[in-house]
Design a protein around this ligand. Structure first.
Ligand SMILES: C[S@@+](CC[C@H](N)C(=O)[O-])C[C@H]1O[C@@H](n2cnc3c(N)ncnc32)[C@H](O)[C@@H]1O
Length: 449
């Protein structure tokens, strides 16, 4: 199994995993499959029964067995405990409102792989759940503050910090930034609930009628709690309406903040509102009339598309214009997402255009060029040429013949100035800078060295 998020919990549980033959078998049976294990088998293969009981990670079950009180699993180099998502006896599991979200899901995996973990002294983990977002940063940071609405989550964050020997993590309970005070951070990591819901489901997933209720609060409050140069990475789903999501996000900020905050969105997936809400309604057994009433309430919002992705806000350290950008990156991870923000920051700085001729650029291997042939005069002639790429971003750019030649020579060895000469391209510096800006920003090329 390449990643723990590939676990289909119910299937794993239902399979016959055979005889216990090692300590790892016992841990998997107890903490992932969630079945009870005989005390004798715990002692024989794992030992440490007293320790696990003392930590209240297991408790007696039946005559002579033990069962886990939580789900417990490795995430990168940490062990994380969160609430169980099954019953010990195999009966139908019904979740409850303040359940602690498990980090084994592909959603949290997006947070784990999408947020950079090093280079930040102070970190705020908003909507922390079991705390994985902040805890993963704690080894490299001086201080981590984790905040969640639910008391239960705060206990889990404290437990998980202690379990992993992390002493620089503080957890506080409260809504949004209420428990944070005026403190500012280098990094804010956030994974709020963002599911549009007709009725409240669970606190970890219910984002209000349009899904944006909590995420909007997290984003609006972000700039006040960022140090100059600090960044917030918010994994959520917002919507394109009359304006695209990133433009709407800008509109949520005060005029002062707008002048100093950059916004970059890397979209992982687009969803259709009707399909999404209809599937939710089916899964939750909501009546057709409920769904219709819900859609009627949503109609004035003119939602075109739900955009699930990483929303990054950067508080500029000053002295340059701000940017707003969106890229489509279904498989993009932290390096690509942070790389986009780094590059856009560089391109927004005064003097960027003057330096581009000295850059060495390399076209990414995943790029391809397609030329449309057009009929005319009894033959086929090359028409428009499109440069396309999928990794790290899905991008397309129409290019002319001269640019095609230039791109073919971009292997990272010679500075751009020399390449321009070799294809006799004599464009003004601003035009060259604009092309270079786009090539790197859209992920066609990377800067070498
Ligand atoms: C999708 S879970 C994410 C948990 C964790 N960050 C992760 O990725 O596994 C959303 C979390 O937001 C918390 N939450 C919901 N409303 C909140 C609010 N108003 N203020 C702070 N946290 C909130 C929930 O309790 C839940 O733990």
């Amino acid at each position: 199994m390449p990643r723990l998020s590939a676990i289909d919990a119910e299937r794993v549980r239902a399979r016959d995993s055979g005889e216990l033959r090692s300590g790892a078998d016992v841990l998997i049976r107890l903490f992932l499959e969630g079945w009870p294990v005989a005390g004798e088998a715990v002692d024989r293969w794992l030992g440490a029964r007293g320790l696990l009981e003392g930590l209240r990670l297991i408790e007696p079950y039946g005559e002579d067995s033990f069962a886990a009180t939580v789900t417990l699993y490795p995430v990168m180099d940490l062990f994380i405990a969160s609430d169980r998502f099954n019953n010990v006896d195999g009966s139908k599991f019904v979740g409850w409102d303040d359940m602690v979200y498990q980090c084994l899901l592909p959603t949290t995996e997006r947070l784990i792989t999408g947020v950079p973990r090093t280079g930040f002294e102070s970190v705020l983990d908003m909507c922390a759940g079991a705390g994985v977002g902040g805890l993963l940063c704690a080894k490299a940071a001086k201080r981590v503050l984790a905040v969640d609405l639910m008391e239960r989550c705060v206990h889990f964050v404290r437990f998980n910090a202690a379990l992993n020997g992390l002493t620089n993590v503080e957890a506080r309970q409260g809504s949004l930034y209420e428990p944070v005070g005026d403190e500012q951070f280098d990094l804010i990591t956030a994974h709020p609930p963002y599911q549009p819901v007709w009725r409240h489901l669970q606190t970890f997933n219910s984002g209000g009628m349009d899904g944006e209720q909590i995420a909007k609060g997290v984003i609006e409050g972000g700039p006040k709690h960022l140090k100059p140069g600090g960044r917030m990475y918010c994994l959520c789903q917002l919507s394109d309406r009359a304006e695209p999501a990133e433009v709407r996000v800008r509109g949520w900020l005060t005029a002062e903040e707008q002048a100093e905050v950059d916004i970059a969105v890397v979209s992982f997936r687009h969803r259709n509102l009707i399909e999404f809400t209809a599937v939710s309604a089916l899964c939750e057994n909501w009546q057709a009339e409920d769904w219709r009433a819900w859609m009627e309430q949503m109609q004035p919002l003119r939602i075109r598309d739900l955009v699930y992705g990483m929303y990054v806000l950067q508080r500029s350290a000053g002295g340059r214009k701000v940017f707003t950008v969106r890229r489509e990156g279904p498989a993009a991870e932290a390096e690509a997402i942070s790389g986009l923000v780094d590059w856009e920051t560089r391109a927004a700085e005064a003097g960027f255009a003057d330096g581009v001729r000295g850059l060495r650029l390399r076209l990414r291997k995943s790029c391809e060029m397609s030329v449309r042939m057009e009929a005319g005069g009894g033959t086929w002639k090359p028409g428009t040429a499109m440069l396309r790429n999928t990794l790290p971003f899905e991008s397309a750019l129409q290019v002319d013949e001269r640019t095609m030649e230039l791109l073919a020579r971009m292997d990272g060895r010679k500075p751009l100035g020399e390449l321009l000469q070799s294809v006799s391209m004599r464009a003004p510096v601003e035009k060259v800078a604009a092309l270079v800006h786009l090539l790197v920003s859209k992920g066609f090329a990377e800067v070498v060295g």
